[in-house]
Design a protein around this ligand. Structure first.
Ligand SMILES: *[C@@H]1O[C@H](CO)[C@@H](O)[C@H](O)[C@H]1NC(C)=O
Ligand SMILES: *[C@@H]1O[C@H](CO)[C@@H](O)[C@H](O)[C@H]1NC(C)=O
Ligand SMILES: *[C@@H]1O[C@H](CO)[C@@H](O)[C@H](O)[C@H]1NC(C)=O
Ligand SMILES: *[C@@H]1O[C@H](CO)[C@@H](O)[C@H](O)[C@H]1NC(C)=O
Ligand SMILES: *[C@@H]1O[C@H](CO)[C@@H](O)[C@H](O)[C@H]1NC(C)=O
Ligand SMILES: *[C@@H]1O[C@H](CO)[C@@H](O)[C@H](O)[C@H]1NC(C)=O
Ligand SMILES: *[C@@H]1O[C@H](CO)[C@@H](O)[C@H](O)[C@H]1NC(C)=O
Ligand SMILES: *[C@@H]1O[C@H](CO)[C@@H](O)[C@H](O)[C@H]1NC(C)=O
Length: 485
């Protein structure tokens, strides 16, 4: 099924090289690219990285780049209630119903943090089953958790090198000692035995980029206390399949950073632009999706790379291309189309009766300078929600995701088909500038400055909370099922 161009309002045509806000993210996408392609193993050829870094900047007007750090300067602090966002709010996956517009939108209420005494009080107050089921999991704060982490680089062998922050000597381990606390209830910590029972006989697919893989590895590590899966995929295939045979549970990952059909303009040079066929399925995953019970779909930083946009087989525009006779769009254009097409693929998959979780955009945290000029994420504590704001471009990406999720939910319901749920990573991860590998994603290389990774997440680390969310969402789903039958 093809998407009509007219169904989606075109993004605002963009004046090339003028968008200051986007600059820090464009480069972080290059970081993402290189880490993705060098997987698995350490980045050995540091010169290649440096070259790539400089190439990444060719298309950017260096003078126009605003350091990402300015957003955290004291003078720029703004309470969240002044956050400029006209995004619809949402009720997470409460009640198995579609997300609903909520007033005020997320992040706008700033409740004072609980004192320790209050916290204990709230924790000990037994929440009714209904309170727990209906509470918005994603509105909350990070609270101290002396019990973390739940695995280490010694107990889990599935940690990708770049995210093995302990191995590469990260000195402060305080970032491991936090858990997410929803305002109105508790988010139970991941419990591997319980999880494996929840998913017995099921199959789970991740669809996305290297941050999706980061999430999957966190899940495999959290489960490794009980059992490791058998990896039945070819070592050269970016798509992986892991089998938990004793539980008849499978985890697959489909590498699809743009979610739609993508063709490189230069097959062997990933620094060149990609062609995105925004209304065509990426069949590497859409042809296989019917077999899965759960799909966790996500996309992010790749959409800030130079790209050409095709609709109905025709070139309709581009992002950061040199041509003057092509319409220049912002990333919102491709992001919206890609999600609409991906969700449509799921909604038109005849046999698919599973649940799709949209794991929303996880912001990066470069501060102090540009990403290749020593920009870093060196903080060692989470932020409070009144200490930061979602930047305009992140906010726009997030809004697009929520809007497209809602459209997909309505379509799914109309067709008696698949269910779509929200797994909001944006809200909690915005507050975790301390959770990235930074320079601890590789060994120090003499005389070479490698970019700091403020895009992916250390393992163990705050990304483990995504599996706390997943576990709770699955539990809620079973509960709804139980109540209905
Ligand atoms: C959604 O949230 C609003 C405000 O928090 C609440 O009034 C409403 O009942 C919720 N809807 C559902 C379906 O839970
Ligand atoms: C954030 O809120 C806390 C508690 O309400 C307060 O102590 C702190 O000063 C606030 N920070 C800013 C930057 O407003
Ligand atoms: C785990 O981290 C420690 C430092 O905390 C390091 O010495 C060790 O080499 C790492 N092991 C693995 C297998 O990554
Ligand atoms: C898991 O994978 C195996 C091998 O491909 C397959 O036989 C089995 O049916 C799968 N299980 C589920 C629940 O999809
Ligand atoms: C797609 O292009 C073809 C030929 O270029 C045209 O006939 C068709 O109407 C177009 N379809 C849509 C949906 O725009
Ligand atoms: C843009 O101009 C070039 C050369 O002038 C031409 O080859 C190309 O077809 C044009 N592209 C579009 C989309 O008009
Ligand atoms: C959806 O399912 C209900 C009950 O299962 C059925 O009555 C209805 O006809 C179905 N609608 C469509 C469009 O298939
Ligand atoms: C690093 O720089 C120093 C001084 O410029 C030089 O002597 C040394 O060989 C360099 N090391 C490497 C690994 O390039």
């Amino acid at each position: 099924m093809k998407l009509l161009t007219s169904e989606i309002p075109p993004g605002k045509p963009q004046t090339r090289r003028k968008n200051q806000k986007l600059a820090p993210l464009i480069v972080s996408a290059f970081l993402l690219t290189f880490i993705t392609l060098s997987y698995p193993g350490i980045i050995r050829d540091s010169r290649k990285i440096s070259e790539a870094n400089s190439q990444a900047f060719e298309s950017l007007d260096q003078d126009s780049i605003t350091p990402a750090s300015t957003r955290l300067d004291q003078k720029n602090y703004q309470p969240c209630s002044r956050r400029k966002i006209d995004a619809p709010g949402c009720n997470s996956s409460v009640g198995g119903e579609e997300i609903q517009a909520r007033n005020p939108p997320p992040h706008t209420t700033v409740s004072p943090p609980l004192t320790t005494a209050e916290h204990v009080l709230v924790a000990s107050k037994t929440l009714t089953e209904k309170d727990q089921r209906n509470c918005d999991l994603f509105s909350g704060e990070w609270v101290p958790n002396p019990e973390g982490p739940y695995y280490t680089n010694m107990t889990c062998n599935a940690i990708e090198e770049h995210q093995n922050c302990m191995k590469f000597g990260r000195p402060d381990l305080g970032f491991l000692k936090w858990r997410w606390k929803p305002d109105a209830c508790e988010l139970p910590i991941f419990e591997p035995h319980q999880f494996l029972e929840l998913v017995r006989g099921k199959s789970l697919a991740f669809v996305g980029d290297s941050v999706a893989r980061n999430h999957m590895q966190s899940l495999i590590c959290l489960l490794s206390k009980v059992v490791y899966p058998v990896d039945v995929s070819s070592p050269t295939d970016a798509n992986k399949r892991h089998e938990y045979r004793a539980y008849h549970f499978n985890i697959s990952i489909f590498s699809s950073p743009y979610l739609v059909r993508t063709v490189r303009t230069e097959p062997n040079d990933i620094t060149r632009p990609f062609n995105l066929y925004l209304d065509e399925y990426d069949e590497s995953w859409t042809n296989q999706i019917e077999d899965f019970d759960y799909v966790i779909i996500s996309a992010g930083q790749w959409f800030f790379r130079p790209t050409y946009f095709y609709l109905n087989h025709s070139l309709v525009g581009c992002l950061y291309c040199p041509e003057t006779n092509i319409t220049h769009f912002t990333s919102s254009f491709s992001y919206r189309h890609a999600f609409r097409t991906a969700f449509r693929a799921i909604n038109t998959a005849k046999k698919f009766k599973g649940i799709t979780y949209l794991r929303t955009f996880a912001p990066s945290h470069f501060e102090g300078a540009q990403w290749d000029k020593g920009g870093d994420c060196a903080r060692t504590r989470p932020l409070k929600r009144n200490e930061t704001l979602l930047e305009d471009f992140s906010s726009e990406m997030y809004s697009i995701q929520l809007e497209e999720l809602k459209i997909a939910q309505e379509e799914g319901r109309r067709k008696n088909g698949s269910k779509f749920r929200l797994l909001d990573a944006t809200t909690p991860m915005l507050l975790r500038p301390d959770g990235h590998p930074s320079k601890y994603g590789h060994w120090p290389v003499q005389n070479v400055t490698l970019a700091n990774d403020c895009v992916h997440w250390c393992l163990p680390g705050p990304i483990d909370s995504w599996n706390d969310f997943l576990q709770e969402l699955l539990k809620r789903e079973m509960e709804i099922h139980r109540l209905l039958t």
